[in-house]
Design a protein around this ligand. Structure first.
Ligand SMILES: Cc1ncc(C[n+]2csc(CCOP(=O)(O)OP(=O)(O)O)c2C)c(N)n1
Length: 292
């Protein structure tokens, strides 16, 4: 049973208004509190399910929180509203982080988070757009989210809806060639409504990215493919908000968000073995204390 306080469902609209009205310092405190609750529920979901990708979930949480609480033009009560901004979690193995964020935003009841990966649950290990409101496309096989996002950004341009499309990839995932083809197309079509975010936690499954198939100089490579590159600390809310501002250059935006895999839980942070590992009951207790 999740112990995380679900009040935010009722509070989401109010939270949005407060975030818009507040000065940066208070805004960061509000976002940090939201992200903290999301991280707590991730720990509890994975412990209850006995499976999940805890390291990557905790690394992407601040990015998701900033997008859903502040940046995206969405209405959780009307998930199919025409002209809404789109979000795709291409690193679909981090479904727990997305489900927590969607539940706390009000797309569905946080009580459902208890069923994560249980038999017959709609909260599968990877997000499914036919089952979960707020999920814009199915993801899980790495290297597919960005190509779909490019198609959605083209559609938004053609329809004149003004929608922006945000997509998060893992840094290990950037080793998939399909992402580079998608970036070439995005710059060819001048998709300044596309924001491609790389969760640069420097770890992938079983190893460091730079030991596996090095990505650096990632900024230069993204720029060479026609992107406007913004490199930031992916746990700094002001930096995230600024990096998600619209492009004025006519080019797609690539955000390199430097993060820590396992962020917020000391014994998980930057540890390769926690890509896909379940905390013991004692470790859950410790993690929740650190996230209290
Ligand atoms: C095409 C494909 N190959 C392999 C996998 C298995 N897989 C799941 S997560 C992962 C590592 C991803 O690393 P990264 O993108 O850096 O994600 P993060 O570290 O943020 O979890 C792999 C290889 C997959 N989901 N899809």
């Amino acid at each position: 049973m999740l112990t995380t306080d679900p009040r935010q469902v009722e509070d989401w609209r109010e939270l949005r208004l407060r975030l818009t009205a507040s000065a940066p310092a208070e805004r960061s405190l509000l976002l940090a509190d939201t992200a903290r609750r999301t991280r707590r529920s991730i720990v509890e979901m994975i412990s209850t399910a006995g499976q999940g990708h805890i390291g990557g979930d905790l690394s992407v949480t601040d990015i998701l929180t900033t997008l859903f609480a502040y940046t995206l033009r969405i209405d959780p009560a009307r998930p199919d509203l025409a002209g809404r901004d789109r979000f795709i979690l291409s690193k679909g193995h981090c479904a727990a982080a997305l489900y927590s964020t969607l539940a706390f935003t009000g797309y569905f009841s946080p009580a459902s988070l208890d069923t994560f990966m249980a038999p017959l649950s709609e909260l599968n290990g990877h997000p499914n757009r036919n089952k979960i409101p707020g999920v814009e496309t199915n993801t899980g096989p790495l290297g597919h989210g960005l190509p779909v996002a490019v198609g959605q950004a083209v559609a938004a341009k053609l329809s004149g809806s003004g929608a922006r499309v945000f997509v998060v990839m893992g840094d290990g995932e950037m080793q998939e060639g399909s992402n580079w083809e998608a970036l070439m197309a995005a710059s060819h079509f001048g998709l300044d409504n596309l924001v491609a975010i790389v969760d640069r936690n420097r770890l992938q499954q079983g190893a460091r990215t730079e030991d596996t198939n090095a990505l650096d100089p990632l900024d230069d490579r993204l720029a060479a493919f026609g992107c406007e590159v913004r490199e930031i600390d992916g746990h700094d809310y002001d930096a995230l908000i600024d990096a998600f501002r619209p492009s004025t250059t006519g080019r797609p935006v690539a955000v390199v968000a430097n993060t820590t895999k396992g962020k917020g839980v000391s014994f998980i942070e930057d540890r390769v073995e926690w890509h896909h590992k379940v905390p013991s009951p004692d470790q859950v207790e410790l993690a929740l204390e650190e996230l209290a």
